[in-house]
Write a protein that binds this ligand. Structure first.
Ligand SMILES: Cc1ncc(COP(=O)(O)O)c(C=O)c1O
Length: 384
């Protein structure tokens, strides 16, 4: 007899892309050179100086031991300096903790605050981890629609009072995956006030804060610390997705609560990775600009090509995603299948990010310009 899976796992949303994955595998078997714009994982390498810093750090015997739970002081100081230098926010290293990637911290936060039946406010479309970690903690996701006509910002006034009363956490993410929207000051201020008034933790996911083109993505901590925790990642900033390092900063009580959960489930980030991470945060600003120039050029090429192919698209101000509306008459899944079948181009159907992602698809700019040009040529041959 097999043991029954826990309700929290049975409640996990179904994986929507199995059919698309199978179609991709079939195309590859047929020998089609599939151009994959699905993956949100930079194709560019980690800057070599960071790799060199890691090589040195890994040799040190003291780095081969268990790390401290909160992270090395040198890493937390580097994060504090980064906040002050790039975001104009002063924060004590005491109120910063290292994470095994920002996903880890995001996923553990609800365990600190959510009781069975409590609500967590999640953006829709949004990073699927927000509703999943809510369900794992026994909570109920309440989806806040992000609509194009509102600049992909949730309407806080539309959140019913009883939901606001039951809510423990609000997840927000700007610059936004998948819509590429950047949050204006007025909205950030409103969200901060809403969360303070309702006793809600404002969990801001700033994974793409440094991937910007001519705009500045503000830290939510520019508007105070009360109730706010901001999640940061080295993954997208320095092409370090595989290294698994990020950090959380903000309200001392919220950061401590997350640390208490983590102390019971993990044993911190490999110190050599923290040393290399501190080096990145202290010394590698020029690499951020270099990366952004690459993404901006790709975005321009892709958007111009999509328009020529008859697909409505706009150059993003931030992130390495192009979020575009599908032509009339298609769902996002139908359109993604058509691009794969007829052009060998793989994109992510918006519905995978929530029901309000329907009628959009996401292109990740993780392919070089030559590949983007090839994809555009193929798309121009299609009829919609
Ligand atoms: C919106 C968003 N947040 C967080 C993450 C997680 O990043 P990491 O765990 O690598 O820091 C991702 C990764 O794709 C993301 O898109």
């Amino acid at each position: 007899m097999k043991p029954e899976l826990a309700e929290r796992l049975r409640k996990m949303p179904p994986y929507l892309f199995a059919e698309l994955d199978e179609m991709k595998a079939e195309k590859l078997r047929e020998g089609v050179d599939v151009i994959d714009f699905g993956v949100g994982d930079p194709d560019l390498p980690t800057p070599q100086p960071i790799v060199e810093a890691m090589k040195k750090a890994v040799e040190k015997v003291e780095n081969q031991k268990y790390p401290t739970y909160a992270g090395m002081l040198s890493f937390r100081e580097a994060a504090a300096n980064f906040y002050e230098r790039r975001k104009g926010v002063k924060i004590s290293p005491e109120d910063i903790i290292a994470l095994i990637g920002s996903k880890e911290g995001i996923a553990h936060l609800p365990l600190a605050y959510v009781e069975r039946g409590d609500v967590v406010l999640c953006p829709d479309p949004g990073y699927p981890v927000y509703p999943s970690c809510t369900i794992l903690a026994g909570g109920e996701p309440y989806f806040m629609p992000l609509k194009a006509e509102n600049g992909f910002l949730p309407e806080l006034k539309a959140i019913p009072d009883d939901i606001a009363r039951k809510a423990k956490i609000m997840f927000l993410n700007y610059p936004n995956n998948p819509t590429a929207a950047v949050a204006p000051k007025e909205f950030i201020k409103q969200a901060v006030d809403f969360c303070i008034d309702n006793g809600i933790v404002l969990a801001h996911d700033a994974a793409y804060s440094e991937v910007t083109f001519g705009v500045k993505a503000e830290s939510f901590l520019s508007y105070g610390y009360e109730n706010i925790i901001e999640f940061n990642s080295l993954s997208k900033t320095y092409n370090m997705t595989g290294w698994r390092i990020g950090y959380a900063a903000g309200d001392a009580d919220v950061v401590k609560a997350l640390l208490k959960v983590k102390t019971n489930v993990d044993s911190g980030v490999f110190q050599a990775v923290q040393e290399a991470g501190a080096f990145a945060l202290n010394e590698c600003d020029e690499w951020i600009d270099r990366n952004n120039r690459v993404y901006e050029e790709r975005a321009e090429k892709l958007v111009k090509g999509l328009k020529e192919a008859g697909i409505d698209a706009e150059k993003p101000k931030a992130t390495f995603y192009v979020w575009c509306r599908v032509p009339e008459g298609y769902t996002s899944m139908e359109f993604a299948k058509k691009l794969l079948n007829e052009a060998g181009v793989l994109v992510t159907p918006g519905v995978g990010f929530g029901e309000h992602g329907e009628y959009f698809v996401r292109f990740a700019l993780t392919r070089d310009v030559g590949v983007i040009e090839k994809a555009v040529e193929r798309l121009k041959g299609l009829e919609f």
